[in-house]
Design a protein around this ligand. Structure first.
Ligand code: SF4
Length: 373
């Protein structure tokens, strides 16, 4: 065991292999230590013992179905567990397997996903499910290269599915794992720097055990979420605190290296609540390739000849974008013309079955509120 770990450990010396096979160097300030086999064994044992006692009872941990684990891991990226749980329950009840997801329309999938954000993921899930249904008989493949070739399945998701659902020794690296490893080994890398992430991938791959790799990966992620939090880590409750270099040297706040904050971008615009004579609302589909593609929104301008009055302002944030949107209400009902695929007149009671942008939901509330006044 020592020999294998030592051979692998040689790779830790500031280099890592990117997913395209290229060797890349990490930040100059990153000095990756040789990890001895004893430390690795202790780290694995301590983490696994702690995880088995402290893990949260989450819906996707009650199954070994690769499809459900795939859905949960896709939803969990950059999204809190408490937010994901109801979406996961609803989504897997509506689409219990790859075949049902493949045969649903994009609109149905987006409507079920609406509110969770990152809608591109839902579209890619649907595309991948179609491939799984047609090429693999509805069962997610367990070959790493085949899995990683499916739309939307990146290195993290492939590692999570392979290790948790199939028991393969594949690594995962998300923000939580990065932070724990950075502090434990006192490695000053930055999550935003891809060369640094590549080195951490190499480290994570060397650490993942052949037995129970899924539990080990989840233990690392769980520790990052519950104990080794970005601010105020609870070191006394940490199962690996005795060997944590950042804690032992009193430098926890220096690891990982801070990521430069992206400046917020203000986006100004307008949305129009336009009603027809039956009180239906005009929705337009957001174009492909842009932000929030495929979701339903309100028109940015009123139809020719329709007078519109300002009804209020919507403030809405998505990632680093801060939208400040003037909401207008068309003062008279307009004659509905056939919508086609990109425009639709929708009765208010049917709005719930459309995947609306958060901005459109707020604007509709403001517009209809102004109409009642
Ligand atoms: S001892 Fe503290 S800083 Fe180190 S891994 Fe545990 S929680 Fe994180």
């Amino acid at each position: 065991m020592r020999a294998v770990l030592s051979r692998r450990a040689e790779k830790f010396d500031g280099e890592g292999r990117a997913s395209n096979g290229r060797i890349v160097r990490a930040s100059t300030e990153m000095r990756v230590p040789i990890v001895d086999a004893k430390t690795v064994r202790a780290l694995r044992a301590d983490l696994l013992r702690w995880y088995r006692k402290n893990r949260r009872d989450l819906p996707w941990r009650r199954t070994s179905d690769p499809y459900r684990i795939w859905i949960s891991e896709t939803m969990l990226q950059q999204t809190r567990v408490s937010v994901v749980i109801p979406y996961y329950e609803k989504f897997t009840a509506r689409f219990p397997d790859a075949a049902s997801l493949a045969s649903a329309s994009v609109d149905e999938v987006l409507a079920c996903w609406a509110g969770l954000g990152y809608y591109r993921r839902a579209r890619l899930l649907k595309r991948a499910a179609e491939k799984v249904a047609t090429d693999y008989g509805g069962a997610l493949p367990d070959a790493p290269a085949v899995l990683a070739d499916l739309p939307g399945i990146g290195r993290y998701t492939a590692g999570a599915i392979l290790s948790i659902a199939f028991g393969r020794p594949a690594a995962v690296l998300d923000g939580n794992v990065f932070r724990v490893l950075s502090r434990f080994f006192a490695l000053k890398g930055s999550w935003r720097r891809s060369a640094d992430r590549t080195v951490f991938w190499t480290l994570a791959e060397a650490l993942v055990p052949k037995r129970t790799p899924g539990d080990f990966n989840q233990a690392l992620m769980e520790l990052g979420a519950l104990v080794c939090k970005p601010r105020d880590p609870v070191c006394p409750a940490c199962p690996i605190h005795a060997r944590c270099k950042a804690r032992l040297t009193g430098r926890i706040d220096r690891f990982p290296a801070p990521s430069p904050r992206q400046a917020a971008e203000i986006v100004a615009g307008s949305r129009h609540v336009i009603l027809d004579r039956e009180g239906r609302i005009l929705l337009v589909r957001r174009p492909e390739g842009g932000r929030m593609e495929g979701l339903w929104d309100l028109p940015e301008s009123a139809p020719r000849g329709a007078r519109a009055e300002k009804a209020g302002i919507v403030r809405h944030s998505v990632l680093r974008f801060r939208y400040v949107i003037d909401v207008f209400l068309a003062s008279r009902p307009v004659r509905a013309r056939k919508g086609g695929d990109a425009r639709r007149w929708v009765a208010r009671e049917d709005l719930g079955s459309y995947a609306l942008t958060g901005m459109a939901k707020k604007a509709i509330r403001i517009g209809l509120g102004a109409k009642r006044r």
